[in-house]
Design a protein. Structure first.
Ligand SMILES: Nc1ncnc2c1ncn2[C@@H]1O[C@H](COP(=O)(O)OS(=O)(=O)O)[C@@H](OP(=O)(O)O)[C@H]1O
Length: 406
């Protein structure tokens, strides 16, 4: 029998060729699948890289969550997947802002500000996805690299309620060297028993040279607050935003009225006895405005040089001017200037051209700048008369004439 001809030989020589092609194909398929798997893994891990940014205050628990511990922050992880991690962290930045821990207790006034306006939120339409480092809040880099540490505040806005404290804090936050808690911690009045470690944990991370701040306007009228703050640090800088006590009282009343529309009129709450014209100084709306009395308590624990009194009126008429004084007092470079503000006619107040962490103009929420009810002129006149001696004393103590009795 004739040996297999070329036709018969062909399959034998072709067989290793097709096997080699097949092997190459298999190899390519394997590497394709491996690449896909690696990409998938990277994407999955990137999801977890935002840990430190999204965890709530004191969220050591998230850091210890299974499968996440090794991934929580750290330049090492960033070095492994620099681009992806970096981008992801930026994308997570705005949600982190929305998840910022609420204060242990704060009134509805502040809650309204804590909710991020849609323009600030991440996601479609928001600035989050398009955020650049330049737009990110001060200290963002520290967060990106999980750097910095939580410090007790070196400066506190201690009052006064309805003085314009929120406006001042939000304006100050524009400064790259200021980092502040969004909500009111109420530590030195309501939560002192929780201890300084708890308080510190509420604070944002800061880098060297950055100032940690908070604002809780009720501290100014809390008897224990001066001694407690001094016990934390005698060097704490104290800022008080003061406003004409009559307008302040009406503003305070307006806030209560917005929550409880059935309360008695301002006029009836003002007097112990309307016929004798005796003012009810036990009503907190009236009591808070006796600034000289409250200040006396503070001066037992702090020198006046460690306190700055900001005019609530000028904070509206000349925000940059007041911010200039505040930056000087805090030892900060004057970075916040009139270029940062514009007057919003609809709101009737100065607003920020760019809020912290955003490139968009921003005004305070609707709980700031409410329309006050019309108050009986005679009642207003009587109140002015009541406050005058206390105001004059206050001007004397602070060395500043706030012009409420002009
Ligand atoms: N820029 C800007 N935008 C809006 N509102 C401003 C601003 N600057 C000062 N104010 C005044 O701030 C008043 C509220 O003060 P506080 O933020 O200290 O109130 S609170 O104690 O925290 O509830 C608030 O009081 P009302 O007008 O009575 O609502 C405002 O008059």
């Amino acid at each position: 029998m004739a040996p297999p001809g070329p036709a018969g030989a062909h399959p034998t020589s072709a067989e290793p060729l097709s096997r080699s092609i097949f092997r190459k194909f298999l190899l390519m398929l394997c590497s394709l699948l491996t690449s896909l798997y690696v990409f998938y893994c990277l994407a999955e891990r990137c999801q977890t890289l935002a840990g430190p940014l999204v965890r709530p205050s004191g969220g050591g628990d998230e850091a210890g969550a299974p499968g996440r511990g090794a991934l929580i922050g750290g330049p090492r992880e960033l070095a492994v997947w620099p681009a992806a991690a970096h981008r992801k962290r930026l994308l997570q930045l705005q949600p982190w802002r929305r998840l910022r821990p609420p204060a242990p207790r704060h009134d509805g006034e502040e809650a309204a500000w804590e909710e991020e306006p849609p323009g600030l939120a991440g996601g479609p339409g928001g600035s989050g996805a398009g955020s650049s480092v330049a737009e990110a809040p001060p200290g963002t880099l520290a967060l990106l690299l999980d750097e910095g540490s939580k410090q007790l505040p070196q400066a506190i806005i201690i009052g006064v309620k309805k003085g314009g404290t929120r406006a001042l804090l939000e304006f100050l936050r524009v400064h790259p060297d200021v980092r502040a808690v969004g909500a009111e911690p109420h530590f030195f009045d309501r939560s002192y028993h929780k201890g300084l470690a708890w308080y510190r944990d509420l604070m944002p991370r800061t880098l060297e040279g950055q100032i940690t701040m908070e604002k809780t306007p009720s501290y100014f009228v809390t008897r224990e607050a001066p001694a407690r703050i001094s016990a934390m640090s005698k060097d704490t800088k104290l800022i008080v935003v003061v406003r004409d006590p009559v307008t302040r009282a009406i503003s305070d009343y307006t806030q209560t009225l917005s929550k409880r529309p059935d309360i008695p009129t301002f006029e009836s709450l003002t007097f112990k006895n309307r016929t004798t014209g005796l003012i009810d100084t036990s009503w907190s709306a009236i009591q808070i405005g006796i600034y000289a009395k409250h200040l006396e308590h503070w001066l037992r624990h702090f020198p006046i040089s460690q306190m700055l009194f900001v005019s609530g009126e000028r904070l509206i008429s000349d925000p940059a001017g007041e911010l200039g004084r505040v930056q000087d007092f805090l030892g900060l470079k004057r970075i916040i200037t009139d270029k940062h503000f514009y007057f919003n006619k609809t709101k009737g107040f100065p607003c920020l051209k760019k809020a912290e962490g955003s490139s968009k103009p921003h005004c305070l929420g609707k709980t700031k700048g409410r329309t006050h009810p019309e108050i009986d002129r005679e009642v207003v006149r009587r109140l002015r008369e009541f406050y005058r001696p206390f105001n004059l004393k206050f001007y004397q103590m602070t060395g500043q004439d706030f012009g409420w009795d002009g």
